[in-house]
Ligand binder design. Structure first.
Ligand SMILES: [Zn+2]
Length: 555
């Protein structure tokens, strides 16, 4: 009797195990990763220094397959802004992918003064890794200073590291920060006399074969050719005259006018680095992005991969020639062709409607102030050269200490807190005194202290943007805001960094799988992008995200 009972129990266990196995098999086959209806590939595109008005100003010059395809098929957020300062490349790329601002992600500038080690640090530099693909230190980079996760990190965690992430840009920080901490790889361009795509030991021990093949293909070399306008220059009615006093140009050429013989000019302009300040830098980036899709099999299975592409050449061209130049117009006309080529490649390899793209910028840029002056708009230049000496003299007279100001960078003043304490002074009193003094200087519009940023909550205006950019551990003691269109920069070319609309208003386009067709003038902010993509994929928001998913964008 006992044996029969045991047999029944054993049979029951076996049969239920069998049933469980069947269930498990079915579940495995329909695993969420394999059966979901997510895009096979998310392509994030950041166009460095792209102002919103480039979409509208050059619209008639664009074809149907690039920017206008995204607008005509996808969703156009027309009132999209950065919601912090400073508006620079490192913080910009980080904020797009982490869904938050420097206050939380910690990338407070491209370079900043590190209060602990009392030295300037670069956002992506990392002495603990080695260069891969070059002997130069240009590869000693990683995202270690970024303190929160990106949506690409969350996608990696969600997919048990099966969904890949690859970052690509001419600039190291444009590739590394978007790709996140868990990326399979980030690649950037090393110019000089090498002209090759490199990486760091943070990701790998050696370049994969497809990168080596790309580097030996002489693609970069092929772009050292003549740069003339894509269409007849007389049709470029959306930009200023070609010859003017507002442009920098290249060393070795007297006038900043078309055409440019890049092969000849490369000798005086750091070799292959000259490509960075021409539209061919973006074409080369497109070539490499396509090689990455092919080499890494991105978008080949149902597990979502992420390709983060940043087009850096637009920034170099803007800094060199200014936002109203014929060179900028031609650069955007040609970028439109590169985007068309990229989307066509994605259509044929990943499949039309199987991938999702977003396009935005890392900051905008101001019209060249000397040009604005010539058309009567208030603008100008601030000279920060003697500021530290001047402030230290003021502080010595007021409090008696030497060299209390340690560093001034990114419009922030850093104090020697040990000296402040040794003099028996209250930090906030010294900050207030400096703020009042600064406000008396020409073209200083507003000044706030770090203490105010930490003790008051702002929800509007430049104060809100300063607060979102203010990281208690890393940012300065006093924050300076210049008058509109007053920059600390040379007299030619454009720059960026402020809380004004020319720096904050940038495009935000979504298109492809899971995206509605439409447009909005409702305000959106850069940190909304990452939660929107996270929501589309059903993955966790980046851990520090403060933006909100744009539900009306998702189908
Ligand atoms: Zn820039």
């Amino acid at each position: 009797m006992k044996n029969i009972f045991s047999l029944i129990v054993v049979l029951f266990i076996f049969s239920s195990c069998g049933a469980q196995n069947t269930t498990t098999d079915v579940k495995t086959e329909t695993s969420i990763l394999e059966s979901n209806d997510n895009p096979k590939l998310v392509v994030g595109i950041v166009v460095d220094q792209m102002r919103y008005d480039y979409l509208t100003r050059f619209e008639s010059k664009f074809g149907d397959g690039g920017f206008n395809r995204m607008i005509n098929e996808g969703f156009n957020c027309k009132n999209n802004h950065f919601n912090y300062v400073p508006t620079y490349t490192g913080p910009g790329h980080t904020s797009v992918y982490t869904g938050t601002t420097p206050k939380y992600h910690g990338i407070i500038g491209n370079n900043w003064y590190d209060k602990e080690i009392k030295e300037m640090v670069y956002c992506a530099a990392d002495d603990n890794v080695t260069s891969i693909g070059t002997e130069d230190k240009a590869g000693k980079m990683s995202p270690h200073r970024m303190q929160t996760t990106t949506f690409s990190d969350e996608n990696r965690l969600f997919t048990q590291m099966k969904g890949k992430t690859i970052g690509v840009a001419l600039k190291d920080r444009g590739a590394i920060l978007p790709a996140g901490h868990t990326a399979n790889a980030a690649y950037w361009f090393h110019g000089r006399d090498e002209g090759s795509w490199i990486s760091s030991s943070f990701y790998m021990n050696a370049l994969p074969q497809w990168v080596k093949d790309f580097n030996t293909s002489e693609k970069a070399e092929s772009y050292l050719k003549e740069w003339d306008t894509f269409y007849d220059i007389s049709t470029y009615t959306e930009s200023g005259v070609d010859e003017n006093t507002f442009e920098g140009g290249f060393k070795g050429k007297e006038k900043a006018t078309f055409p440019y013989d890049l092969k000849a000019l490369s000798k005086d302009n750091r070799g292959f680095d000259i490509l960075k300040a021409t539209p061919y830098g973006n074409s080369l980036t497109t070539d490499f992005a396509i090689a990455a899709i092919n080499g890494e099999d991105l978008g080949k299975d149902k597990i979502t991969d992420v390709l983060a592409v940043s087009y850096s050449a637009t920034d170099y061209v803007g800094h060199n020639f200014g936002v109203n130049s014929k060179e900028i117009e031609d650069t955007y006309i040609r970028l439109d062709k590169d985007l068309e080529r990229l989307f066509q490649y994605l259509d044929t390899t990943v499949g039309q409607g199987e991938y999702t793209v977003f396009l935005t910028a890392d900051h905008g840029a101001v019209d060249v102030p000397s040009y604005l002056n010539s058309v009567k708009v208030p603008a100008g230049y601030v000279d920060n050269k003697d500021r530290k000496v001047k402030l230290n003299a003021f502080l010595k007279e007021t409090y008696g200490g030497e060299d209390i100001v340690e560093n001034i960078s990114n419009d922030q003043i850093f104090l020697d807190r040990v000296k402040v304490k040794a003099l028996g002074l209250k930090l906030s009193d010294v900050q207030d005194a400096i703020a009042m003094e600064e406000l008396s200087y020409p073209n200083v519009s507003k000044v706030y202290t770090g203490t105010t940023m930490s003790t008051t909550s702002f929800s509007f205006g430049v104060e809100e943007l300063l607060q979102n950019g203010h990281n208690q551990k890393r940012s300065g003691d006093v924050l300076i805001v210049n008058d509109a269109a007053y920059i600390s920069y040379g007299k030619t070319g454009s720059t960026h960094g402020s809380a004004l609309n020319y720096d904050t208003h940038v495009p935000l386009l979504f298109f492809g799988k899971g995206i509605k067709h439409g447009q909005t003038f409702d305000k959106t902010v850069i940190p909304d992008i990452a939660p929107t993509i996270s929501a589309l994929l059903g993955v966790s928001f980046p851990n520090g995200a403060t933006g909100q998913p744009l539900g009306y964008v998702i189908d």
